[in-house]
Design a protein around this ligand. Structure first.
Ligand code: BTN
Length: 241
């Protein structure tokens, strides 16, 4: 894909920080290892050297208002799901943008946006940590998995990267063209636990709830004993079965 310029590093702190030094949209920094790989909620990101895909993509969706930033999550998480489908894996999106195979996490996404004075997105750094050929995980991250563990053999990181580029680029094209409804419905069609009662916790404790919907703003709508509750990121925790 000509539009995407890939910069390969043997070792970096965090590819999210590295790609920030570039200006050209569709620049990707990819590294064999990160000394300070970051996850969500201030966690670190475990990735064994040379085994996975740890990369960050710089995009400039300047047509998106900050209140519409969730569409970037939809594009990227659907892109990962599609790329995994190309290697024979059925993955789902755990709201807002974790990628799961059944109840195991195969990919994490960390999106960091810069906002312009007018409230539009100036640039977006999209960090993707996709577990490809790693088989042993040592951190206390809950239920990690990888393509190799799921498929029972190594897969080509190069091919998976090419599939990832294709799918993200084309989904981004749909967003740019204004096809938000299609993105939303595709996102919801692969949403982990949608419509299935499961255990969660929030500030008031543990409960059984059923995910009903995700709003365009990214809020999660959960049914709790007949009452609909909306959650922002970090306000609800999915409890593992
Ligand atoms: C999560 O906690 O689920 C998000 C993990 C994101 C990890 C990726 S690896 C490439 C990029 N660089 C980072 O430091 N983090 C992201």
């Amino acid at each position: 894909m000509n539009e995407i310029k890939t910069l390969y590093f043997e070792s970096t702190t965090s590819t999210n920080d590295v790609v920030r030094d570039y200006d050209r949209p569709w620049t990707v920094a990819i590294s064999e290892e990160q000394s300070r790989g970051r996850g969500q909620r201030g966690n670190s990101w475990e990735s064994e050297k040379g085994m996975n895909l740890t990369l960050s993509l710089l995009i400039k969706p300047q047509f998106l208002h900050i209140q519409d930033q969730f569409y970037i999550s939809e594009v990227v998480s659907l892109g990962v799901v599609e790329a995994l489908r190309s290697v024979g894996l059925t993955a789902r999106i755990k709201w807002p943008n974790d990628i799961y195979v059944e109840d195991r996490k195969i990919c994490g996404i960390l999106i960091e946006n810069d906002i312009s004075g007018g409230g539009y997105i100036k640039r977006s750094v999209v960090g993707i940590g996709l577990n490809v050929n790693q088989r042993v995980f040592v951190s206390d991250a809950p239920n990690p998995t990888s393509c190799a563990l799921e498929l029972g053999g190594d897969i080509s990181r190069k091919d998976l990267l090419a599939a990832l580029y294709d799918s993200i680029y084309s989904l981004y094209g749909a967003l740019e063209a204004g096809d938000r409804a299609t993105l939303e419905s595709r996102y919801k069609s692969v949403l982990y636990r949608k419509g299935t009662p499961a255990r969660y916790s929030d500030k008031d404790g543990e409960f059984t709830g059923t995910i009903l919907d995700v709003l365009p703003t990214g809020e999660l709508i959960v049914d709790r004993s007949g009452t609909q509750q909306s959650y922002l990121f970090k306000e609800i925790t999915f409890l593992l079965p």
